[in-house]
Each structure stands twice: as structure tokens, then as C-alpha cells.
Design a protein around this ligand. Structure first.
Ligand code: FAD
Length: 433
């Protein structure tokens, strides 16, 4: 309790206590059981993409930094090669797409003229669809779209590769954080005079940094003298919370008074992602969450609807409608905001520790997806989601975006690892070369 947080979360009309209570009682238990389901535990990522900004300055080779990618036979059937993945053929969208096609067909077949007319309608529908896809990909993503065809994209089991202390530090990590703050974060001296959009950007990035720091402190390698996992006999590593490390990183005395506001930025980020989930609830609640295991998929669909209803009931969300108001200037600022964020997502390829890169990439993608929902789409347009509507949502999310969003949101909250995860971890450690 060296820095008991209290009061309002800056730039949000919401108290720290309100968020704590809502999260601990309503969100955390639900999310905890959702994120262990197959749909959410397998994330596809390219960890081999080179750093586009500077020569790679060395890779961390410690066991704590390594990521174990999945073999094909470890994946659920719906995610194996050959099963349709990503974009419009993504199994996550089976329901929407099929339902939509049926509705479109009904609309097209209305009346008695067939033949040429049908072809024209299909062609115009295809054109609309192509335009929509091109528009979506080019303009509205806050992160670069992954090249799904790349052989370097691999599935990772997030439960076997938890976010935790890795020992990554020094010049390499400092360089990444400096690049993020100095080059991309509207980081004016002392951040005075920043407009709301710039403050939001800074707070979100700082919140992400806090999230990473809190996790490494909460799941620290505690084994004797912290000699590093490599020198310990397999299965003997002791992991757990390290309050002294947390203290060092957030105590006002050791952080020139910055610790508490950095912690509050984590609450800010939580509220931003919470709002994105609420906004996209009508869209997210009608997806299929397909993995090929019908029983579990059904459970996931029900759990998603339940958690989205709870999220939507939260009384004081982050208010995105206050941002980017006004004409030309606001549009320019929005483009700048998006470009800065894309740069940050590319900087993740410069992280020299695979495990940190995995979680850094996932969290950035999750935040990018939240920003896309808040500022690009019509995910909450009642005309699109009402019963019987034939209108198509203007934007879609890929499976990877959804997995990243939920896991990033989940990683903002305290995780309690159960004996199952510990057992899997030991097994992983013993089998990792
Ligand atoms: P750092 O955390 O490196 O911070 C650098 C400077 O940034 C600080 O001196 C301070 O001035 C400022 N700062 C710190 N926090 C904030 C904040 N919240 N808001 C604004 N400014 C801030 N290590 C792990 O053990 N596990 C991981 O999973 C992990 N993931 C990482 C992911 C990424 C993308 C990166 C770049 C690094 C990751 N690291 C991870 C390393 C970790 O973040 C630290 O860099 C490392 O522990 C060294 O910490 P430090 O005390 O030097 O300060």
C-alpha cells in the first residue's frame, strides 16, 4: 500500500475503486474461464519478422525468453492448416457470413426476374464487398495486417507461454521503450499542452507499459539469487509475486512521483478496451467462435454473450465521441494518431526476447483492435445488427484480432495461475531444448 490509488482515472469520469470492484467481482472470474478455451488460447503470430528500424541488437537466448510454437497435431481441428482461416473465410465468421449470404440471396431473389439481373446484382454485390475489404485493410487498421500466407506465422499456445518475468532488460529493451516514447508518443517535454487525443495516446501506451511491468513483477523468477532458469534443474524454478520489484518500479520516491500516474494509466487502458468491447458487443455476440469442438464452441458463445452483457452494463465508459471532433484538423490528427500507432506495432518486431515480443505484439494488436472498433467502424450500428437486417457491418475483425483483444484485456487484470497451468509449465520447461 505504498501508493494507494484513489480518485478519478484521468480523462475518464470514473473512479479507481469503481473499476476495481467491477473487475474483481464481475469481469475477472468470467474472463478467467473464457481465456482457457481453445478459441482464445491459440494465437497466430510471426516472431521472425526482422526489425524494420535498426539492425537487430542481439537476441535473448535464455529459456525464460523462449516461446514454444504449436505442432499441427496440438491444434484444434478448426485451426489446422487447410481449415479456412482469417478474413472473410475465417471460421469465426461462419455464422455471420452464412446468415448474411442467405439474407442477401433472399433480397436478390425478390421479384420474378432472374438470369441477367441476378448476375448484375451479384457483380455489384461483389464490387461492394471488394471495395469494403480494400477500404478496411488500407485505412482502418491501427496495426499492419499480418501476412497469413507467410510460413513464419505460427500458432502459439498462450497458456503454455504466459506473460511473466523473462530477464529481458538493458540496452535492447531501453532502446525499444525509448523509440516508442520519444518517436511515437507525442512526447512533448513534460507532456504539458497536449490535446485530448495526444493524452489518450500517451496514456494508452504508458498503460500498456505498466501492464507489462505489473505482470513481470506478479510472476517473477524467485529461485535462489535469481540465477536464471537455465542454471536451475528442470522443474525446480520457483515463480511468484515480487513486491519489492513492484515497489521499485512504482514507488513515487523511486520514480520521481510518476509511479501512481503510471498505474492509473493502466486503469485508463482498461476502460478504453472495456468500452471497445461494449461497442462491438452486438457484432461479437453473433460470431461462431469455431474450433471444431461443437460442445466447447457452444459454451464459448454463451460465455461471450454473458460477459458482453456485463461489460455493457458498466455505467461510466471511456467516451470516444469526444475525440477527433471538428473538421479537417481532426481528420489530420486521426491519421497521425493511427500512423503513430502503426509504427509502435512495427517496433514490436525489434524486441529482442521472443516471449516479450509475443506478448508485446499481442497487447499492441489488442489495443489496435480496440482503437479500430472505437474510431473506424460501425460495430454498434443498430440498423446492422437488428433482427432481420440485410445490411452488412462495414468492418469485420479477424480471428487473430478478436483473440488479441480479449487476451490483451485479460492481461490488464490480475491472473491467478492454477495448478493445471503450473503443471503444464513444468512439462514445457522439461521438454524445451
Ligand atoms: P523499463 O520498464 O525498461 O522502462 C524504461 C523507462 O521508461 C523507465 O526508466 C521510465 O522512465 C519509463 N517508464 C517506465 N514505466 C513507464 C510507464 N508505465 N509509463 C511511462 N513511462 C514509463 N520483461 C519481462 O521480464 N517480461 C516481459 O514479458 C517483458 N515484455 C516486454 C515487452 C516489450 C515490448 C518491451 C520493450 C520490454 C519487455 N520487457 C519484459 C522488459 C521490461 O519492460 C523492462 O524493459 C525491463 O524489465 C527493464 O526495466 P527498467 O527498470 O529498466 O525500466
Amino acid at each position: 500500500c505504498f501508493c494507494q490509488l484513489e480518485g478519478q482515472v484521468d480523462d475518464c469520469e470514473c473512479n479507481v475503486d469503481t473499476v476495481d470492484f467491477f473487475n474483481n467481482v464481475k469481469i475477472f472470474p468470467r474472463l478467467q474461464s473464457l481465456l482457457v478455451k481453445d478459441f482464445f488460447r491459440f494465437y497466430k503470430v510471426n516472431l521472425k519478422r526482422p526489425c524494420p528500424f535498426w539492425e537487430d541488437d542481439g537476441r535473448c537466448s535464455q529459456t525464460t525468453c523462449r516461446v514454444k510454437c504449436c505442432n499441427e497435431d496440438e491444434l484444434p481441428i478448426g485451426l489446422k492448416a487447410g481449415a479456412p482461416v482469417e478474413s472473410k473465410e475465417d471460421p469465426a465468421f461462419k455464422y455471420t457470413e452464412e446468415a448474411q449470404t442467405e439474407k442477401d440471396d433472399e433480397a436478390d431473389c425478390d421479384g420474378d426476374s432472374l438470369g441477367d439481373l441476378n448476375t448484375t446484382i451479384s457483380a455489384s454485390r461483389q464490387k461492394r464487398l471488394d471495395r469494403w475489404t480494400a477500404h478496411d485493410d488500407a485505412q482502418d487498421n491501427f496495426c499492419d495486417v499480418d501476412d497469413e500466407s507467410s510460413a513464419d506465422m505460427q500458432f502459439v499456445d498462450l497458456l503454455l507461454n504466459p506473460e511473466r518475468f523473462t530477464g529481458y532488460r538493458g540496452d535492447s529493451s531501453t532502446r525499444v521503450w525509448s523509440a516508442i516514447y520519444n518517436e511515437n508518443c507525442f512526447n512533448l517535454p513534460y507532456r504539458s499542452g497536449l490535446c485530448l487525443e495526444e493524452r489518450v495516446f500517451y496514456r494508452a501506451i504508458s498503460g500498456l507499459h505498466t501492464s507489462i511491468t505489473v505482470h513481470l513483477c506478479a510472476d517473477y523468477l524467485l529461485s535462489e539469487g535469481c540465477r536464471g532458469l537455465d542454471r536451475l534443474a528442470p522443474g525446480t524454478a520457483k515463480w511468484g509475486p515480487n513486491p519489492a520489484e513492484f515497489h521499485r518500479r512504482f514507488d513515487p520516491e523511486t520514480t520521481y512521483g510518476q509511479g501512481p500516474s503510471r498505474l492509473k494509466n493502466l486503469y485508463f487502458l482498461y476502460l478504453l478496451e472495456l468500452r471497445a468491447l461494449a461497442k462491438a458487443a452486438p457484432y461479437l455476440s453473433q460470431l461462431e467462435y469455431f474450433t471444431g469442438n461443437e460442445e466447447e464452441d457452444q459454451e464459448v458463445r454463451m460465455a461471450i454473450r454473458d460477459i458482453l452483457a456485463v461489460i455493457s452494463s458498466f455505467p461510466s465508459h471511456f467516451n470516444e465521441s469526444e475525440l477527433f471532433r471538428g473538421g479537417k484538423q481532426a481528420r489530420k490528427l486521426k491519421i497521425e494518431f493511427r500512423d503513430h500507432f502503426r509504427n509502435i506495432s512495427r517496433i514490436m518486431d525489434c524486441v529482442g526476447c521472443e516471449k516479450c515480443k509475443l506478448w508485446g505484439t499481442l497487447q499492441t494488436r489488442g489495443l489496435g483492435t480496440a482503437l479500430k472498433i472505437l474510431f473506424s467502424g460501425n460495430f454498434d450500428d443498430p440498423a446492422v445488427f437488428q433482427e432481420g437486417s440485410t445490411r452488412r457491418p462495414k468492418f469485420q475483425l479477424s480471428r487473430n484480432e478478436i483473440v488479441a483483444l480479449f487476451n490483451a484485456f485479460g492481461s490488464r487484470i490480475e491472473k491467478h495461475r492454477g495448478p493445471m497451468e503450473d503443471a503444464m509449465e513444468t512439462e514445457h520447461q522439461e521438454t524445451t531444448p
